[in-house]
Write a protein that binds this ligand. Structure first.
Ligand code: ATP
Length: 237
């Protein structure tokens, strides 16, 4: 079953073409890494799918809904933006409760989700802290927990391991791998070896265009080398 459908997606910023004619489908349960050099268009594509940015041309749906509608449904779309807009004057717990309320989760479900996420993401000591006083890594963990509150079927994560220490990277990996098999991921990352551990294939963007869509097996034994080869950079290094 198709979960995300993108057709001829195009987006420019002024004269800069950030994305050109992207066609892409993500099936239910598929786990895909979105790769590409700096400025390739990864964040732009993820923002269009998450419904926080509008396309100039083309269409994108999530479970046959417009993304901005899909985001309001519990159990559908969890989104970790590159720069999560946390309110510096609210605690982590207040953010999590607000996210649950936004999705219409009842008190029991909210508590169940918070208990699970606090344990899985090691948030216990950070719950009462103001977001504005958190370290970068802790902000990232809080934002990840917010993305996961509604038990989404689709997780869109923009650079999820940025600022996480190695222990927290492993914790996130274990959490992602423990999710039910029908949960789909779309994860942008420059940490290619890590992305390869939690996804099945890579979607490679370059200069706003879709360059390749390959399984990790097709990219070869070294995921980073396979990626660099695809974007024509292996020989130049
Ligand atoms: P990175 O790996 O560096 O995060 P990316 O692949 O996520 O890059 P995008 O952030 O999608 O790339 O940016 C694609 C292009 O669009 C870049 O040239 C970027 O400078 C430009 N761009 C993105 N957002 C804006 C904006 N709001 N205004 C102007 N230009 C933008």
């Amino acid at each position: 079953m198709t979960l995300v459908s993108a057709r001829s997606l195009t987006r420019s910023f002024g004269s800069l073409k950030a994305l050109v004619n992207i066609d892409f489908e993500l099936l239910a349960g598929e786990r895909v890494a979105l790769l590409g050099p700096n400025g390739a268009g990864k964040t732009t594509l993820l923002s269009l799918i998450a419904g926080t940015l509008a396309a100039d041309e083309g269409q994108v749906t999530v479970a046959n809904l417009k993304p901005e509608v899909a985001r309001t449904r519990p159990g559908l779309l969890g989104w970790l933006p590159e720069r999560a807009p946390l309110n510096p004057d609210l605690t982590v717990l207040e953010h999590l409760r607000l996210a649950a309320a936004f999705l219409g989760l009842g008190p029991e479900k909210t508590q169940e989700r918070l208990d699970f996420l606090i344990e899985a993401l090691n948030l216990g000591t950070k719950l009462k802290r103001l977001a504005g006083q958190l370290s970068l890594g802790s902000r990232r963990q809080a934002a990840l927990a917010i993305a996961l509150v509604g038990e989404p079927r689709l997780l869109i994560l923009d650079e999820p391991t940025i600022s996480l220490d190695p222990g927290e990277v492993a914790r996130l990996r274990n959490l992602l791998l423990s999710l039910p098999k029908d949960v789909s991921f779309l994860i942008s990352s420059h940490v290619i070896a890590e992305a390869a551990k939690v996804t099945e294939k890579a979607l490679i963007l370059d200069g706003g265009r879709l360059l390749a869509q390959k399984t990790w097996a097709e990219l070869g034994p070294d995921p980073e080398e396979g990626f660099l080869k695809e974007i024509g950079q292996l020989e130049t290094l």
